[in-house]
Design a protein. Sequence first.
Length: 102
Amino acid sequence: MINLIKTNLGERLFQPNKGGNVNASLFELNDFLLASNLKKSIQNTIELNEPRVNLIDVEIRTNVYPAFTGEINENTVLVKITYSLINNPAPITVSFVLKRIR
């Protein structure tokens, strides 16, 4: 699921509509609108491309504190996705960091 979200649109051959295209959003201003757009984009990507899961929640946190420094990193977004598999109702939580390279 993480690979699907991090894939840019048009990056996979013969599947131009597959991917989350969230890397382009990381160069926008880091505010509430960015978090809202990322949440919608991730929700749409999972609902359209992953029929084996039931999406429960997507949480976006901006201005996260990295573990190795005490400073706020404005180029980092923490994504937390809670979902369940169709044939197993137990919730599963996946967390990962989206980071702007430049």
